[in-house]
Design a protein around this ligand. Sequence first.
Ligand code: E4P
Length: 217
Amino acid sequence: MKFFVDTAEVEAIAELHALGMVDGVTTNPSLILKSGRDILEVTKEICSIVPGPVSAEVVATKSEDMIAEGRKLAAIAPNIAVKVPLTWDGLKTCKVLSGEGFMVNVTLCFSVNQALIAAKAGATFISPFVGRLDDINMDGMELIGDIRTVYDNYDFKTEILAASIRTVNHVTQCALIGADVITAPPNVIKSLASHPLTDKGLDQFLKDWAKTGQKIV
Ligand code: E4P
């Protein structure tokens, strides 16, 4: 399973990338706002750090304008995946840009039918939002499983990029179901290393080691 990091914070991306944890990056307009950076500038910097797909989102709503924005974003670097919302205009944009050879990430997916139609429009990635479905008392993980089944039934090549991942349990469930990619904020990725029994065990080892009075170096 590939790990994408869901942030536009360059330092956090670089830290995780140094450990081999970053197969790609996803950004969105809210994350660009949070970074306080210019979208073209920060996206270029991210692409210089991470060789894998870096999603940059269009903000127009009409397909002609979305296509123009997508081409401009794609010109930043060869590893840009143009992110488009799952609207009819977004699907038109997906069809055109994927036909031109660009990677396209279709985002804001909340149903199997949306995932199905995005695959038919040539999406490289489909981004179902797990956490936002959980927020409204629906089962985000059930959606990931259903999309997996449908894509496998028809051998669609579109990759399932499980998004809006908020907890380490979401990551476990996505790995068990067979999502191709998860995108999560840096703190969630770092939390994957944590376990209370690891902390407790290490604490005991260090206390016992101190009693030996020895040094290794
Ligand atoms: C995905 O591409 C989105 O940027 C992201 O996962 C949204 O997550 P949120 O619902 O926690 O904002």
